[in-house]
Design a binder for this molecule. Structure first.
Ligand SMILES: [Zn+2]
Ligand SMILES: [Zn+2]
Length: 381
C-alpha cells in the first residue's frame, strides 16, 4: 500500500512537471505528454527517440542508480525502479504506442503488469535466461585508444553504419498504424493448408506459406514514406564508448542488442575491443608502467633531478643524490596505471636509468679522472 501511495505522488509530481513544461513550450500541444508519469522525461529522452536512444538512456541511468552502487540511498532506488518502468514501456513498440496515445491509463489491464526492475536490469545487461528469441549476428569492432585514454578515461564517439527500425512507422512498414490488417487469406496465421490428391483415395494435406502475406499474417495497405515499406533504414550513427580508467589492452566492451535491427529478430550485440596504440615514452605491463631516462656521467656520479611529464600532464620529479649505476631502476609506487576495478589504486612506475658517457675527453680530464678515481674503481671491482 505504501508503494502505491508513493507511486501516486510521483505521478502527481510528474504531472505537474509535464503541465509546467507544456505551459512553457505552448506550441507542443499536438505532442503533449499523455497523462501519468512522463516516461520520456524519466529517461531524459525526446519523444521521437529511437530504440537505441531509449536503450542508451536506460543503460546509463540503470547503471548509475542501481542499489548496489548506492547502498541505502532510497531516492536512487526509487529512481532505479522508475527508470526500469519507463524502459519497459518505451522499449516495447506496442506498449509505447498505447502509452503515446492513452498514457499509463491505457496500459492498465493486461499490458500494465510491470516486471521486477531487477529482472529488467538482469535481462538488459545479460546473464538473463531469456535467449529463446532469434538473435541477429554480433558485430565485432576494434577501437584504437592511447595510453593516455586508458590512464585518464575518455568517452569516444564512434561512428558506425547501422540498420535501424524505421522510427517513423516503428518497423511496421505502414504509413499509419491502422493500415496494418490481419491477412484474410490465412486469418493471420501466415500459413495455409492445401490438399491435393497424390493417388486415388489418398489426399495429402500440406502446409504452405501464405502467398498473399508471405507468411507474415499481416497485410500492409499503405507504405511508409520514410522506409518505403522496408521497415528498416540504414544510416550513420554514433556509438558512445566509455573507455574507463585502467581498462586493459584487448578489453571488450559489449553493447547489448545494438547491432543491426530487423523487424522480427533481436539485434545482435556490438562488441568493441580496445587496442592500445604504442606510446613513445611509456610501456605498460599489467598495471605497471615502464620508461627510460638518460643521465650524464657527471649526474651518475653526483646525483640528478629529472621532471617527467605523466600521462595526465602532471609533472613528477625524480631526484637522486647518490651514485646511479647504469641500468638502475627507480621505482615509484602509485604512479603506474589505475587499476580498472579500483582506479584510486594504481600500479608502479619503473624508470630505468641509462648513463650516457661523453664521446671523448681531453688528456687533462683523463689525468684528473685517473688521479681522482683510480683507487675507487679498483675497490668497487
Ligand atoms: Zn496470409
Ligand atoms: Zn517506415
Amino acid at each position: 500500500m505504501r508503494v502505491s501511495t508513493a507511486l501516486l505522488s510521483i505521478a502527481a509530481l510528474l504531472l505537474l512537471a509535464v503541465a509546467l513544461g507544456d505551459e512553457l513550450q505552448g506550441v507542443r500541444g499536438a505532442l503533449a505528454a499523455p497523462p501519468g508519469p512522463d516516461y520520456y522525461a524519466v529517461l531524459g529522452i525526446k519523444r521521437d527517440a529511437d530504440d537505441r536512444e531509449i536503450r542508451r538512456a536506460y543503460r546509463d541511468l540503470a547503471k548509475k542508480l542501481h542499489p548496489d552502487r548506492n547502498p541505502g540511498d532510497a531516492e536512487a532506488e526509487r529512481k532505479f525502479k522508475e527508470v526500469a518502468e519507463a524502459y519497459e514501456v518505451l522499449s516495447d513498440a506496442e506498449k509505447r504506442r498505447i502509452y503515446d496515445q492513452h498514457g499509463v491509463e491505457g496500459l492498465k489491464g493486461n499490458q500494465g503488469q510491470h516486471h521486477n526492475p531487477f529482472d529488467i536490469f538482469q535481462n538488459f545487461f545479460g546473464g538473463g535466461q531469456q535467449q529463446q528469441q532469434r538473435k541477429g549476428p554480433d558485430v565485432n569492432m576494434d577501437l584504437e585508444v592511447t595510453l593516455e585514454d586508458l590512464y585518464i578515461g575518455r568517452r569516444i564517439a564512434l561512428e558506425i553504419s547501422r540498420q535501424t527500425l524505421c522510427h517513423k512507422c516503428r518497423g511496421s512498414g505502414a504509413k499509419n498504424a491502422d493500415d496494418v490488417t490481419v491477412c484474410r487469406e490465412c486469418q493471420g496465421r501466415g500459413v495455409k493448408m492445401t490438399q491435393h490428391q497424390v493417388a486415388p483415395g489418398f489426399v495429402q494435406q500440406m502446409q504452405t506459406t501464405c502467398p498473399k502475406c508471405n507468411g507474415k499474417g499481416k497485410i500492409v495497405t499503405s507504405t511508409c514514406p520514410t522506409c518505403k515499406g522496408h521497415k528498416v533504414v540504414r544510416g550513420d550513427d554514433l556509438l558512445s564508448v566509455d573507455v574507463e580508467r585502467g581498462m586493459p589492452d584487448g578489453h571488450r566492451i559489449t553493447f547489448p542488442r545494438e547491432g543491426d535491427q530487423h523487424p522480427d529478430i533481436t539485434p545482435g550485440d556490438i562488441i568493441i575491443t580496445l587496442r592500445t596504440v604504442p606510446n613513445k615514452r611509456f610501456r605498460r605491463h599489467g598495471n605497471n608502467l615502464y620508461m627510460k631516462e638518460t643521465i650524464t656521467l657527471l649526474e651518475a656520479l653526483t646525483g640528478f633531478e629529472r621532471s617527467i611529464k605523466h600521462l595526465d600532464g602532471r609533472t613528477i620529479t625524480i631526484q637522486r643524490t647518490a651514485v646511479t649505476q647504469p641500468g638502475f631502476v627507480h621505482e615509484i609506487p602509485q604512479e603506474g596505471m589505475p587499476k580498472h576495478d579500483d582506479p584510486s589504486d594504481r600500479g608502479k612506475l619503473f624508470v630505468e636509468i641509462a648513463v650516457v658517457l661523453p664521446s671523448s675527453i681531453t688528456s687533462t680530464q683523463a689525468e684528473a679522472f685517473k688521479e681522482q678515481l683510480s683507487g675507487h674503481v679498483r675497490d668497487e671491482l
